[in-house]
Ligand binder design. Structure first.
Ligand SMILES: *Cc1c(COP(=O)(O)O)cnc(C)c1O
Length: 332
């Protein structure tokens, strides 16, 4: 199934959790001086310079990094390389919608695990899945998996575990530490959310060198363009304060936004990402009304255990204030 992105023509797009403060300053500088880039040649086959910079950022050896055309590409390559057609993938329900498509195209059936299970780790182990996908903080709920749950899922499963940390910067917590002792775990990350570089399509994963080799073989060469690699290197080198600053602002505004929603009688889920999920009676109708006010949100119908909900990305406060006003008007 093709992914439906937000239609153009809204003033404020709170639908895809990208960085609403924009892109880091190094982007303009790099793009204004591309002399010396040999554009008739292929980029680096596996982006070794970028691997080194990301390894420094993640605190691991470069042999433990694979980069890709967004973390979607890394996730797709990982799913293709770590489970054979006819196999199974277990994930929380609800979780990141792309995973079911990648699994389907790879010939895997998906087993949904309820986050309300009395013992989630046992539910994952009992699924006997070839591949387990955990997303923490989870998209679309924003909730984090506890360290204890992650440890028990890794210890209890018979296959590989992918931990998607697209929003780790906002939670201030990561599972990369558990990798020092496990070789069946892959942690995926992205520069599309906290780093403000979604348009450059840069994702990566951290895992044991053997696992990284397998994912990279499935991924193939030349996935990150010459320009994207340059931009990512410059941002990692020069703009970490910008990234940290907009991340702090997103976390502060998320707390304030959730508090205002709660005060207005709504029950946003406890989020540790740069978005909140708000259960509503009729998500399509709320999304339509917000859209009429120029605001795009992501609309979910009948989520397991939650019902209808809208997912709202967090940005600078004036955007959030406009969203709050439109949201309360849309209820009536
Ligand atoms: C946004 C997102 C990604 C993918 O991001 P890329 O732009 O492909 O790097 C991966 N996982 C989750 C949970 C996301 O929300």
């Amino acid at each position: 199934m093709r992914y439906t992105a937000t239609l153009p023509g809204c003033d404020i797009d709170l639908s895809d959790n990208t960085n609403l403060w924009g892109s880091p300053p190094a982007v303009k500088r790099v793009l204004s001086d591309l002399d010396g880039c040999a554009f008739s040649r292929y980029p680096s086959a596996y982006s070794d310079d970028l691997k080194r910079a990301l390894a420094r950022y993640a605190g691991v050896d470069p042999s433990m990094i694979v980069v890709g055309c967004g973390s979607d590409d890394v996730l797709d390559s990982a799913i293709r390389s770590l489970a054979a057609p006819g196999g199974t993938l277990a994930q929380l329900d609800p979780s990141f919608t792309m995973i079911a498509s990648f699994a389907a195209v790879s010939g895997l059936s998906v087993i949904g695990i309820s986050p309300a299970s009395a013992d989630m780790a046992s539910a994952f182990a009992d699924s006997n899945a070839d591949l387990i996908y955990l997303c923490s903080p989870n998209n679309p709920t924003g909730t984090v998996c506890s360290r204890d749950l992650i440890e028990r899922v890794i210890a209890g499963g018979r296959g590989y575990v992918i931990i998607d940390e697209a929003y780790a910067e906002f939670a201030g917590a990561s599972s990369i530490g558990v990798l020092q002792v496990r070789d069946n775990v892959l942690v995926t990350r992205t520069m599309s959310k906290a780093f403000g570089l979604a348009g450059f399509r840069i994702g990566y994963a951290v895992g044991s060198p053997d696992l990284i080799d397998r994912v990279e073989a499935a991924r193939g060469p030349y996935k990150v363009t010459t320009v994207s690699e340059r931009v990512a290197l410059a941002v990692l080198e020069e703009d970490m304060e910008w990234v940290a600053g907009t991340t702090r602002a997103a976390v502060a505004n998320r707390r304030r936004f959730a508090a205002e929603l709660s005060a207005a009688g709504h029950s946003p889920l406890e989020s540790e990402a740069n978005f909140v999920l708000v259960p509503v009676a009729d998500a399509a109708s709320i999304a339509r009304k917000l859209r009429a006010c120029g605001i795009a949100v992501r609309c979910f119908a009948r989520l397991a255990g939650i019902g209808d909900a809208v997912r709202i990305s967090i940005g600078p406060w004036p955007m959030m204030e406009r969203c709050l006003n439109a949201f309360s008007a849309a209820q009536s």
